[in-house]
Design a protein around this ligand. Structure first.
Ligand SMILES: [Fe+2]
Ligand SMILES: [Fe+2]
Length: 266
């Protein structure tokens, strides 16, 4: 049995150091064997220091992916590179985007990728939503809306390519797989303020490329199970697109990091 504490969208850059420590202490009180953290941890310039503090104050291994905010005021390539260096020097931190399959129990493997909102669901062209990503992340700066669409799709495809590679590897070894990602992979998982996101928000709140990968792969493994954990929309919800696939979206509030849930796996 493993006890897992799931956190998402903790946005620690909006939290005072004492409140951050109190939050970490509340995680420790759950006596986790592992922490699962599905992105939007902080912002580019300070994410390393927040993750170091987390690893210092929580003794369990921390399996994480990054969210769009984690690249703010920075670059995707650079921050991802920094994560690999950080995890080398801090073995209890595991950046799933840079890993293949992490064995959790003899029957459960863990995989993950940051994902990216790839603007393929909803109505990107008519959407009036302007994400801060567009002026705060190096790879998205300097494009008009049409040009940026290609960049978003490319980032989604890159994320899906990882899942298409590692999910089959995980299914070869384990009957059950957990997948951590930041962006909800399906429209049905895209909870926002108690409802499924509308056409304005869906382009910025879903990674269709990963959703397609999950459905394709799991349809051909009907006797195995996949459970997905994601965040990004800050709206809590659950959906089950296939008999063998369940997706949990974690709720969150800026400035008030909280445990989404504690669960056990065997
Ligand atoms: Fe967030
Ligand atoms: Fe996000």
């Amino acid at each position: 049995m493993l006890r897992i504490v799931w956190l998402t969208d903790v946005h620690l850059n909006f939290v005072e150091v004492e409140d951050r420590s109190a939050f970490f202490a509340s995680v420790c009180q759950e006596s986790p064997d592992a922490v699962l953290l599905t992105g939007d941890i902080a912002e580019g310039p300070d994410i390393v220091s927040h993750l170091r503090a987390m690893a210092r104050e929580i003794s369990a291994p921390i399996y994480f992916v990054l969210g769009n905010h984690d690249f703010y005021r920075d670059s995707i390539v650079e921050v991802r590179r920094r994560m690999s260096r950080l995890c080398e020097e801090t073995p209890s931190l595991v950046y799933l985007t840079a890993e293949e399959v992490v064995p959790l129990t003899p029957s459960i493997g863990l995989i993950g990728h940051d994902g990216w909102a790839d603007a393929r669901l909803g109505d990107y062209e008519r959407s009036l939503v302007m994400m801060h990503d567009n002026h705060l992340i190096k790879e998205l700066i300097g494009y008009n809306k049409q040009q940026r669409w290609d960049v978003l799709k490319r980032l989604g495809d890159q994320a899906a390519a990882h899942i298409r590679r590692v999910l089959p590897l995980a299914l070869e070894r384990f009957p059950e797989v957990l997948l951590a990602t930041h962006v909800p992979p399906l429209r049905e998982a895209c909870w926002h303020e108690g409802r499924i996101s509308d056409n304005q928000w869906a382009p910025h709140f879903t990674c269709k490329a990963i959703g397609d990968a999950i459905l394709d792969i799991m349809q051909s493994h009907p006797d195995q199970r996949l459970t997905v954990y994601c965040g990004h929309t800050h709206g809590q919800g659950r959906c089950q697109p296939l008999e063998n696939v369940e997706i949990f979206t974690g709720g969150a509030q800026y400035g008030e990091p909280a445990i989404v849930s504690t669960f056990t796996i065997a």
